[in-house]
Structures are given as C-alpha cells and as structure tokens.
Ligand binder design. Structure first.
Ligand SMILES: [Zn+2]
Ligand SMILES: [Zn+2]
Length: 154
C-alpha cells in the first residue's frame, strides 16, 4: 500500500475515534424524566436560571461551563446562574437539567447535589416557586427559575 493510502486510512480512523468520543460524552444514558419532554422542532435559544443553595449559602455557578474545544449547546457565559440553551436541533436528552450538570462535571440527582446527599440532609428543588420532583430529569424551559436547596441535618 502506498503512503497516501495509509494516511487516508489513518485519517478516517481518527475521525471515527473522535466521533465516537464526541457522541459518547454527549450521551446521558441514565437520566430519565418523569415528565414527557416536548422537544421543539425549531432552533431555540432559551435562558433558564439556576440557583443552588447549600446550608443557606449560594453556590457560584461559574462562567463558561460547556465552552471549550467543543461548544456545548447547553452552557454558561457568566456566573449569574443563567443557563444558555442554544440549539439548532434540540434533543430530549440535552434539554434536561441533569445534562447541564453532566456538562459541568458535577453530581446531581434526587439523592445528591455535588457530594451533599440525602443520607445527611434534605434536598429540595423548586421551579418557579413550586416543588418539583423531576430533579435531574426536569426538562428546562425558557425563563424557568430553578432552585436546588440542600440543608444538612444538624
Ligand atoms: Zn443565551
Ligand atoms: Zn451562548
């Protein structure tokens, strides 16, 4: 085989490997939602707002979550808690709150926020002032005010 052929085959192999890594890191397999997710068919640019309170203290949600070599459709631009959902083609998996935490690289489920878990405290989530039990499976909507609150047992 000629060198050119090797180079072509090598190039294809690289594309396949990186494509696989890209798609597997974007796969949120285990997140399930209690709510039927209404996935918009058109591009969206939505801004839900997230607040995390642990033992009465607000936790900073940093800027540029999801912005790196791969620009994730779900990301932050500042530290105000505004989540940007900028999709050409939204998918159900990427519209749930748990996906944002996956992009951030932090733990969130009905059992734990970060390393704070319900064996040592209470975890509550509200959306627009109402209790919500979807936790990581909550499909975010434009303008949502999402509050996750953890209180340690004293
Ligand atoms: Zn935005
Ligand atoms: Zn953006």
């Amino acid at each position: 085989m000629s060198q050119t052929k090797y180079a072509v085959i090598g190039g294809i192999a690289l594309v396949v490997v990186f494509g696989f890594i890209f798609f597997s890191t974007n796969n949120v397999g285990s997140i399930t939602s209690n709510t039927v997710i209404d996935v918009p068919k058109q591009p969206i640019h939505w801004h839900p707002i997230l607040e995390i309170i642990i033992d009465g203290k607000n936790i900073e949600i940093p800027e540029n979550i999801g912005i790196g070599s791969v620009h994730d459709p779900v990301h932050t631009h500042d530290n105000t808690g505004t989540i940007h959902m900028e999709f050409e083609r939204p998918t159900a998996k990427q519209m749930v709150l748990g996906y944002f935490f996956k992009v951030w690289g932090k733990k969130f489920s009905k059992e734990c926020i970060f390393d704070y878990c319900t064996d040592k405290g209470t975890l509550r989530m509200t959306v627009n002032g109402r209790d919500n039990n979807d936790f990581e499976g909550y499909p975010m909507k434009d303008g949502d005010q999402i509050v996750i609150e953890y209180q340690s047992l004293s």
